[in-house]
Every structure is written in structure tokens, then in C-alpha cells.
Ligand binder design. Structure first.
Ligand code: PAF
Length: 286
């Protein structure tokens, strides 16, 4: 496995190796966990060469967010990548000019809800850095986790709208045995927070169960989830059900694919989670 610390070095290394090989790219901010390893596994199954980037992107953090304290255990991350069979790590010191970028991308429509409302500018920072990384690595495939569903939906839209010739692959959320979605920010949780945080996945499962039983009224689904969250003393930043692709709000579940989303501050960690909702219409009774 090789590590490139500058754009020039990364470009040079890939130039010699690219040839007829396909490249799968896994963008990360480091502090890797099993969720990232599942993305790397998917990348290895898809392509000849796997590149992982590790870069904590300042452009996607708000002024009061955890940019300074975001964990950066590079040696451990590199070891995990080596063990997972990664070919290249791209670990740049910075991707922007010293005076800051003067041209950036805007995520617009899909970013005005869910995490986009709570974190203004966040998705503009994400699409800008992902676009820069795509231009450097020029992969055939790029792999993203479904835990950041809104990010995935926005990136899919970005490659569509900007006609970027890269196939975007989404990979299922990896969960701890008790249901907590894996996240680099879980390490901020105390034992008590960790227990409290379980209510997020439990609330989503309650919505899934009701939907599968034929409940299609979203307010009813949300009320069931809210009951679980309130019992765990969790105040949500949002609890919502939206169209899985357009992220448009819904009042009733229908045949179009829907997803339930939650974000909440638990202790010092802002956690997000989501699950698909499959509505099973009840058979009419005769
Ligand atoms: O999902 C992440 O870790 C980041 O948002 C990404 C895609 C690496 C961009 O910085």
C-alpha cells in the first residue's frame, strides 16, 4: 500500500498504474470503523485498484462544529487500510489554496432539508471536496455509506447534473450488535449516552414495523418513533419521512420508495440514522 500526501504525488502514482485498470474510490475523513471497511470491501469487489482518501474537509464544518477536535488517528487508519487490501491512501495536508477557495459548488435543492437545515453550507462543502477528489483520482466507481443518505442522494445528483462519468455506489449501514449505526462520532459517547443513543435505531424500527403492518400515515409513524425517543430523553433535531431519491416531504407512504430520518444531539455527539420504510397495504377484508 502506498500513501500520497500531495495532489501531484497522487496524480503521478495513478498515472503509471491506471492503464486498463479500473479504480474504485472510497472518500473518508478518517477515524475508520467497520462501516468504512465494508465500503472498502465493496470497492475491492468492483475494481482493480482501490484508493481511500483521508481528509478532514474544513469546508463542510460550521463555525461551532468539531473541526478542531475531529479525531485524526492516521497510523491506525493506515493499518486498517493495509489490512483491508487498499492500494493507495490519499492523505493531503490541504486541498484548497492558502487564502481559501474562491470558487465552490452549491448543492441547492436537495440540501435545504434534514442535515442541510441544521448545518448551513455543509453540503456545499461536501460537493466541493468530493468534486476536487474526483478530479484528482478520476475513479470509475465511488463508494459511499448509506448512513449519510442525504449526502449520497446529493452526490448521485451531482454526478448526474454535472455529467461526471463516475458510478456512485451506496453501501448499507453497518450497525453494532445492539443496532447503533457505526459512526466516527460514536467515540464521543459516554456509557450513558451510548445507551440513550440506541433509541434512534429503535425509533426507526418502530416506524418500519408499523409501515409493514399497513400504517401509511406519516404523522402516526412519527408519533410512534417520538414516544421511544421521548422515553429515552432524546430531543431530535429532525424526525422525518421523505422520498428516498428526491428527499421531498411526504404525508402518506405510497409505492414510491420512502425513508425515515433522525438526527439528535446525544451528549457531545450529533448522531444521524435512517432506514427504508416499506409500506404494505392491508388486504381489504370481505
Ligand atoms: O462522508 C464523509 O466522510 C465526508 O463527507 C466525505 C464524503 C469524505 C467528504 O469530506
Amino acid at each position: 500500500m502506498r500513501v500520497a500526501h500531495t495532489t501531484a504525488e497522487m496524480r503521478r502514482q495513478l498515472k503509471t498504474l491506471r492503464g486498463n485498470n479500473t479504480i474504485a474510490f472510497v472518500p473518508t475523513m478518517g477515524c475508520l470503523h467497520d462501516g468504512h471497511i465494508s465500503l472498502i470491501k465493496e470497492a475491492k469487489a468492483l475494481a482493480d485498484i482501490v484508493v481511500v482518501s483521508i481528509y478532514v474537509n474544513p469546508l463542510q464544518f460550521g463555525p461551532n462544529e468539531d473541526l478542531e477536535t475531529y479525531p485524526r488517528p492516521f497510523e491506525r487508519d493506515a493499518q486498517m487500510c493495509e489490512e483491508a487490501g487498499v492500494d493507495f491512501i490519499f492523505h493531503p495536508t490541504s486541498l484548497y489554496p492558502k487564502s481559501g477557495p474562491k470558487v465552490t459548488l452549491k448543492a441547492t435543492k436537495l440540501s435545504d432539508c434534514l442535515c442541510g437545515s441544521d448545518r448551513p453550507g455543509h453540503f456545499d462543502g461536501v460537493v466541493t471536496v468530493v468534486n476536487i477528489l474526483f478530479n484528482i483520482i478520476r475513479p470509475d466507481f465511488a463508494i459511499f455509506g448509506e448512513k449519510d443518505w442525504q449526502q449520497l442522494a446529493i452526490i448521485r445528483r451531482m454526478v448526474n447534473d454535472l455529467q461526471i462519468p463516475i458510478e456512485i455506489i451506496g453501501v448499507n449501514i453497518v450497525r453494532e450488535a445492539d443496532g447503533l449505526a457505526m459512526s466516527s462520532r460514536n467515540r464521543y459517547l459516554s456509557e450513558t449516552d451510548r445507551q440513550q443513543a440506541l433509541a434512534l435505531s429503535q425509533a426507526l424500527i418502530a416506524m418500519q414495523t408499523l409501515a409493514a403492518q399497513g400504517e401509511n400515515n406519516i404523522e402516526t409513524l412519527k408519533a410512534a418513533a417520538q414516544e421511544i425517543l421521548t422515553a429515552a430523553n432524546i430531543t431530535t433535531q429532525y424526525l422525518d419521512v421523505r422520498n428516498a431519491t428526491s428527499l421531498k416531504s411526504k404525508r402518506k407512504l405510497n409505492h414510491l420508495s420512502s425513508r425515515a430520518f433522525i438526527a439528535a444531539q446525544v451528549g457531545s455527539a450529533r448522531l444521524i440514522d435512517n432506514m427504508p420504510l416499506t409500506y404494505t397495504p392491508l388486504e381489504p377484508t370481505s
